[in-house]
Design a protein around this ligand. Structure first.
Ligand code: PA5
Length: 447
């Protein structure tokens, strides 16, 4: 069993004929990917990765993960954007958001280098105190400021704790095979390295060592992850809108976008999807938001957010649609006790119900209310959450994103807009070569 797209609730918003009418465009997008003729086609290596991945390196990832699991209480993952969200979303999805506190046989996993908050970094340093620590530094370019700063701080911590030589044995770098500052540092210091393939961009890199090493350290079965991705690769290679759920999803979101639904609300009913939401927002936001176009990806976790954004979704501006990740079976259910204590909440109808049953009714009620309220609502149905299903789901979204980007008429594999803040920040920090920009910015900054 693998995921399915449930678009049956879309009838009031998208006619079956409209999806059919996308056939020729979808075929074009498919051919652009298959023939590597589209914009950014140098970065379509993720398409066949579940079949073509480096088996030798894969075994090395598993061996290295075993070493880290045997000699470390903590793995600090240093990376930003596509260089950490895949791993984090996988681990939290499959192992749960409290895995660090509950799975005491597994190393704790902390993430740094994804922001520049001194307080956040100090908190993680404090969490490492008295623990055996290893680092996994992930940066394809090797020149991203946030992970570079975190690496300096945590390498110093490690060298003070273990000495330079011993620390070097606890530093694992995932980076480009030959380019970039991180590669040079690794070679100089003898750090163990894993390779991010040239033709796989950051946000499409979950099935490379970027995602796989932290997943394996967290105790995930990465063979099952790759097996799910492989089955998805086969299922989503067929250019047929009826049979290929990823292509249908890509077509539907473009139809909705062209009708003014410019916001996509990624929705789930379990907090373990919180980081997956972040991964989705990055994947779709960075891939499609360019050339003054693109669906704005947002997210909610219900029922929590039904008590915050729920009002807006139900009755606010009618410019959004929702994509729900719906899971059929929970990992561990719980029965709601009968109200013997007579708490007086009046909810006798909940006595002895499974909590998953109540959550399911909340889901069913909400998607119908949203449909009635003018919010097109579709579901991506997952039978359960495990490594296989996770691998399948991630590939589904990656393939759909590439097709969707081409349907929109953008290059889904670049991110030129990310340079804007970087250039300004470097100028303001006094980086050589940015002097003129620095002068111009200084004059505009509120004093
Ligand atoms: O998807 C992307 O390409 C980006 O989000 C990158 O992953 C992110 O900017 C980090 O880049 P790097 O791995 O080069 O440090």
């Amino acid at each position: 069993m693998a995921i399915k797209l449930n678009d049956s609730r879309l009838a009031p918003f998208v006619g079956k004929n409209e999806v059919q009418e996308m056939t020729a465009l979808v075929k074009c997008a498919h051919d652009l990917i298959e023939n590597k003729e589209g914009a950014g086609s140098d970065f379509t290596g993720f398409i066949n990765l579940p079949r073509d991945y480096d088996r030798e390196e894969f075994e090395d990832i598993k061996k290295t993960a075993e070493k880290i699991r045997s000699d470390s209480d903590v793995l600090v993952v240093i990376g930003i954007g596509g260089s950490y969200l895949g791993a984090r979303s996988a681990i939290e999805c499959v192992k749960g958001i409290f895995h660090n506190d509950l799975n005491l046989e597994d190393p704790q996993i902390y993430y740094v280098g994804n922001n520049m908050s001194a307080d956040y970094v100090n908190d993680i340093l404090a969490l490492c105190e008295g623990k055996e620590v290893s680092l996994n530094v992930i940066s394809k370019s090797g020149t991203t400021a946030e992970p570079a700063i975190a690496f300096r701080i945590f390498r110093k911590m490690l060298e003070e704790k273990y000495g330079k030589e011993e620390a070097a044995k606890r530093i694992y770098c995932t980076t480009d095979k030959s380019r970039g500052a991180l590669r040079a540092t690794c070679e100089k210091n003898g750090y163990k390295t894993f390779v991010i393939p040239d033709d796989v961009g950051g946000r499409y890199s979950s099935f490379t060592p970027v995602g796989l090493l932290p997943m394996a350290v967290a105790g995930m079965d990465i063979d099952a992850v790759m097996s799910g991705a492989f089955d998805a690769m086969k299922d989503f290679s067929v250019c047929d809108l009826e049979k290929n759920a990823a292509y249908r999803y890509a077509a539907i979101r473009n139809i909705l976008y062209n009708k003014g639904k410019t916001i996509e609300m990624y929705t789930s009913y379990d907090p373990r999807f919180t980081s997956l939401n972040e991964w989705l927002k990055q994947l779709y936001g960075e891939s499609e938001g360019k050339d003054q176009k693109g669906i704005f990806p947002a997210s909610v976790v219900n029922s929590t957010d039904l008590h915050s954004l729920g009002q807006y979704i139900q009755e606010g501006r009618r410019d959004m649609f929702e994509s729900v990740i719906h899971v059929a079976k929970v990992q561990n259910d719980i029965t709601i006790p009968d109200d013997d204590a007579e708490s007086g909440d009046g909810m006798f109808f909940l006595d002895s119900r499974k909590l998953s049953f109540v959550n399911e009714k909340a889901y069913q009620g909400t998607v119908l209310a949203h449909t009635d309220g003018g919010v097109p609502s579709l579901s991506i149905e997952m039978p359960e959450i495990n490594e296989y299903e996770y691998g399948y789901l991630i590939y589904f979204f990656e393939k759909a994103c590439a097709i969707s980007g081409y349907l929109l008429g953008v290059n889904p594999f670049n991110q030129p807009g990310v340079e804007g803040y970087k250039n300004n920040m470097y100028a303001l920090l006094g980086k050589p070569g940015y002097e003129d920009l620095a002068k111009e910015l200084e004059a505009r900054i509120d004093k």
